[in-house]
Design a protein around this ligand. Structure first.
Ligand code: DAK
Length: 261
């Protein structure tokens, strides 16, 4: 793969979009390679994924404007579908995904970050949906996910004005969970991934599914979704072990890693 670097680091993995010359903008090849990288994740051993961009300037500066500039209506729709399908795959990936936003996250870059479960960023990060200034609508889920994350009023303001916001404002409106000095971003993402990876994988995955699917359902249906996923954890080796460890009165005992069984 030319534009994606995928590294498994024990029980979590780091995926870096590396098209630094174009500030990691998403062209068709980057999207195809991203899709291929998701196929290659070993879900038996990887318990959390971190997504970041190469270099110190940009996470992803959007969809590739050069490539989009000559698209016909049909090609534009196909390009939008390609992005949407991959971003939805990421959103519904069984394991949690952390976006470590290391600079510009504009247009498709902001939308990519919003397809992740958790967003943290460096203090030089800039977020925005500049599409209306380019004559288009956000096409990789921006009109849908931004409103769900930061609320309708703020999402509409960001999208209608095409105004970029800096890291501190992104934190204030809840678009990111935390802001770090540049050099501390990746270590913080890795620490977070490591903490998630230590918890029982079947339970963590079930929580992701319950939260995602519950948000699209009414409360009665959502609680049934939760009940089923809660029930599904029982009789797993990890549930038996986790509860037995708590109930064991021997305080000298060291907790063993969960086995994903
Ligand atoms: N696409 C292609 N190339 C890009 C790019 C992009 N989005 N962003 C940056 N680059 C390239 C620049 O052209 C430049 O290339 P060279 O000239 O060196 O060959 C290189 O990256 C460095 O960029 P700058 O020289 O501009 O760097 P600056 O520091 O001066 O400025 C910047 C950084 C991020 C402020 C600026 O590059 C910028 O404004 N970039 C564009 C950001 C943007 O507007 N992004 C949103 C793109 S629109 C849809 C499907 C998808 C989408 C929408 C609809 N449907 C089918 C409905 C998604 C849309 C978008 O994402």
């Amino acid at each position: 793969m030319e534009y994606i670097l995928y590294e498994q680091k024990g029980d979590y993995a780091l995926l870096t979009i590396q098209r630094e010359k174009a500030l990691n903008a998403l062209n068709s090849q980057v999207l195809d390679e991203l899709n291929g990288a998701l196929d290659a994740i070993d879900l038996d051993t990887v318990r959390c994924l971190i997504l970041t961009g190469a270099g110190s300037k940009s996470f992803v500066a959007g969809a590739d404007i050069g490539e989009m500039s000559t698209l016909t209506k049909a090609q534009g729709e196909a390009f939008g579908k390609k992005g949407n399908d991959i971003f939805r795959r990421l959103e519904t990936l069984p394991i949690p995904v952390i976006a470590a936003v290391n600079g510009f996250a504009l247009g498709g870059g902001c939308e990519l970050a919003m397809s992740c479960d958790i967003r943290i960023c460096s203090d030089n990060a800039v977020f925005g949906q500049p599409e209306t200034g380019l004559g288009i609508t956000p096409g990789f889920g921006g009109t849908q996910r931004l409103a769900r994350i930061v609320g309708v009023g703020m999402a509409k303001q960001m999208i209608y004005t095409a105004r970029n916001i800096k890291a501190d404002e992104a934190y204030r409106i809840g678009l990111v969970n935390a802001v770090y000095p540049q050099e501390e971003l990746l270590p913080a993402a890795e620490k977070l991934a490591g903490t998630i990876a230590k918890n029982a994988p079947i339970a963590v995955r079930s929580c992701k599914k319950a939260i995602n699917e519950g948000l699209d359902a009414d409360m009665d249906e959502a609680l049934v979704i939760e009940e089923k996923l809660f029930g599904g954890c029982f009789e797993t080796e990890d549930q038996r072990y986790g509860m037995a460890f708590f109930l064991d009165k021997n305080k000298e005992k060291v907790k063993e890693p969960f086995r994903n069984r």
